[in-house]
Design a binder for this molecule. Structure first.
Ligand code: NAP
Length: 690
């Protein structure tokens, strides 16, 4: 039988001793064997720090993003993903469940890669926020930078999504430059092992950036003991384990960072106006049923509490019971099956105990189904179970998480009570609200936001586009306060930056430019003799600058611009009205006229390395431009971002339009695409016009 292996310190390690059998959730047959790892776990921390960390930190954000994207592609390739699907059936998951885990997981890598390309610079340090000027003459400034911590992250995952749960932690850590040591949940470790093996064998990630430790919690203790202030622990699992980790000396004494995603009593709320017969009522019923049955209810975001206005309780119970009656529970390998089994018999026992506790405060609406096609003794099958609270305020209902296909209907009197009941969950990952009445939904959303990491509002208009209650998305925050652990994962670049140290760096603009690689206002520039637009991406340097000649802005220019564009705002047309304004001292030029004149001053007309202007950032009209003003432009290369293999890169130009008094009328970043030198980065060897 396959003995689950660990990948540590650059090699796969097969345990030397027999271990416990991991069973197929649906058939009870042994799938693999889990034994204590054969090597010193502390060595993997040292390897991550000494080999993985330096290798990752040497790469730019964009290089890391390319690797992630390629790893995602590997997992999505047809023959490879089927290997994972085959193993995933053993966890009790149907094909559709496994899609969320496997393809959803690979999708997180791809999504993070493209976000990083768009939102992070092609360097190893990110700048956070604006420059802070600390002196009148701008000779002393500060900037916040984000740099990778020089440690490792131990990622302890739950059993339910062995692939997605691993990759959604790996992606932001990897992009940040922090090596991951993954500890999968034991019961589904064989699936996590297979996914890691595929990534490792692809050779796409730097050695030491990803390690896998298949160990019991007891054995893991040796690894956690090595962690300190540059390391982090990212945990997903139960509140009980979370409490033990919070008390670990690595956290309490050595300040290792700890992020917790724990259990969660997520709610769905049917708003009062979404009465039976409305589209929102039907969508609500369908979503509750979906959340109860996807992964047999073993998702962190599943709807555990289903809140309905008291007067619609009967209608909701009836509609939910009818929909649940149609759910086919059975062998996850069977394509007709809509809900497979729980992950194992022990998990089924745990859920049964939670249901028994809930039944002290609720009565069953649905608790049986046809299981004739499966072996309900060897397989961890369970009927979708809908309960109805006898006392909506019962503490048991709001604190008992049955991590299976279980939800409890709770009636509420009014919106205030709905909010009160939802927050009685003590903090959850997600709440979803169903209704078309804006006032009701606004009251509910603002009322429950304090206790949730995500709120989904569903009405008829967006339902077909909605990704649903249960889908954490890479650009959005995943995590919740209080009982849900107080952690945050993903959330786009927020999740990356959480792995980095934010440092305020103070100094002269020249030094800040040297540290960040971006031109900081006030630092030295190199006045260009010709025109910097004639330089290729490779010849251009941050700080290359040009000061243009000047031109006058006349009344005739303003009148002509108003006429040709149709922009006849009073401040450009009516001298007296403009003078009355608290902002202007008389007629002013259009801001867009100033921008257009500025472009006329700095643009180099010929076909050349500057291929296109794709936008403007940070535009501010700092001072009005009056007829008679003489303006010129100071244009400085601010930031260069090479786009991999495209033959060009992005260049941002710090642009200031300055008047005859030396005052800045307009300041902004002009964004351009600039060609590489011939033959560099995929650029053609020679241009046809050369
Ligand atoms: P669990 O017992 O807490 O296990 C989770 C992970 O922690 C497993 O890898 C487990 O390893 C490990 N672990 C257990 N004790 C440990 C210790 N003392 N020190 C270090 N690691 C330890 O949770 P579970 O019952 O398997 O998972 C279900 C729970 O996870 C549910 O409550 C669910 O709500 C929660 N969950 C939350 C999210 C989220 O994003 N918020 C997502 C999924 C699941 P072994 O497997 O080897 O014991």
């Amino acid at each position: 039988m396959h003995r689950v292996e660990s990948y540590m310190a650059g090699a796969w390690h097969r345990p030397a001793v027999d271990g416990r059998a991991l069973l197929d959730a649906a058939t009870g047959q042994a799938v693999a064997e889990l034994s204590p790892p054969a090597v010193d776990l502390a060595a993997s921390v040292a390897y991550g720090r000494d080999v993985g960390g330096p290798a990752l930190r040497e790469l730019t954000f964009h290089q890391r993003a390319t690797m992630l994207r390629n790893a995602g592609k590997v997992l999505l390739s047809e023959d490879i993903k089927e290997q994972l699907y085959d193993l995933s059936y053993c966890t009790g998951a149907t094909r559709a469940d496994s899609w969320i885990d496997i393809e959803g997981g690979a999708g997180v890598l791809m999504s993070y890669a493209s976000k990083a390309w768009r939102e992070l610079p092609n360097s190893t340090v990110a700048v956070d926020g604006a420059i802070e000027s600390l002196s009148r003459d701008d000779s002393f400034s500060a900037v916040h930078i984000l740099a990778a911590r020089k440690g490792v992250e131990v990622q302890i995952n739950a059993f339910n999504l062995p692939v997605w749960g691993m990759l959604e932690k790996l992606a932001p850590a990897f992009l940040a430059g922090v090596p991951s040591i993954v500890k999968p949940a034991s019961v589904t470790a064989y699936l996590a092992e297979a996914a890691v093996r595929l990534i490792v064998e692809s050779g796409l990630l730097p050695e030491g950036a990803l390690q896998l430790v298949c160990a019991s919690p007891l054995e893991l203790a040796g690894l956690l003991d090595c962690l300190g202030g540059q390391d982090s622990i990212a945990f997903t699992g139960s509140a009980g384990t979370a409490a033990a980790l919070r008390a670990h000396p690595a956290v309490t004494e050595r300040a290792a960072r700890l992020n917790i995603e724990a259990d969660s009593l997520n709610a769905a709320v049917l708003a009062p106006a979404a009465v039976p017969g409305t589209a929102e009522f039907d969508i609500f019923v369908a979503e509750v049923v979906k959340e109860m049955t996807v992964k047999a209810g073993q998702t962190c975001t599943a709807i555990r509490r289903t809140l309905v206005p008291e007067r619609h309780l009967d209608a909701a119970a009836e509609a939910l019971a009818a929909a649940l009656d149609g759910v086919v529970v059975g062998d996850p390998r069977d394509r007709d099956t809509q809900m497979g089994s729980l992950v194992g018999l022990a998990q089924r026992d745990e859920v049964a105990a939670s249901v028994a506790a809930l039944r002290g405060a609720a009565v069953p609406v649905v608790d049986s189904c046809d299981l004739s096609g499966v072996d309900p003794v060897a397989g961890a099958f369970m009927a979708p179970t809908l309960l109805q609270a006898t006392d909506p305020r019962s503490e048991t209902v709001h604190t008992t998480e049955a991590f299976g296909p279980v939800s409890t209907l709770v009636g509420y009197r009014d919106l205030d009570e709905a909010v009160e009941l939802v927050v009685a969950g003590g903090g959850s990952l997600v709440a979803s609200l169903y209704g078309a009445d804006r006032d009701e939904i606004a009251t509910l959303a603002t009322g429950v936001a304090s206790h949730h990491g995500r709120v989904l509002i569903v009405d008829e208009n967006m339902a077909s586009a909605s990704t649903g209650h249960g889908s954490p998305l890479p650009p959005l925050v995943h995590g919740g306060p209080g009982r849900a652990g107080g952690g945050q994962e993903m959330g786009g670049m927020r999740g990356v930056f959480a792995h980095m140290q934010r440092t305020a760096v103070q100094g002269s603009p020249d030094m800040l430019t040297a540290v960040t690689g971006e031109y900081i206002g006030g630092s030295a520039t190199r006045e260009h003799k010709g025109h910097p637009f004639k330089l290729t991406f490779d010849d251009l340097e941050v700080g290359d600058s040009i000061t243009t000649g000047s031109r006058a802005v006349t009344r005739a220019d303003i009148a002509a611009f108003a006429e040709s564009t149709g922009d006849k705002f009073y401040a450009h047309m009516d001298e007296e009205a403009a003078a009355r304004s608290p902002i202007f001292n008389g007629l002013v030029a259009h801001g867009y006229l100033v921008l257009s004149f500025a472009a006329g001053l700095f643009v180099w007309p010929d076909e050349g390395p500057v291929l296109a202007n794709y936008g403007i950032d940070r535009l501010r009209f700092a001072k009005p431009t009056y007829p008679g003003d003489e303006i010129h432009v100071v244009l400085t290369c601010k930031r260069k971002t090479q786009l991999d293999g495209r033959g060009y890169g992005e260049v941002a130009w710090d642009t200031r339009v300055v008047n005859q008094h030396g005052e800045v009328n307009a300041a902004y970043d002009v964004l351009t695409m600039v060609a590489n030198a011939p033959g560099v980065n995929g650029a053609p060897e020679a241009r046809s016009h050369d």
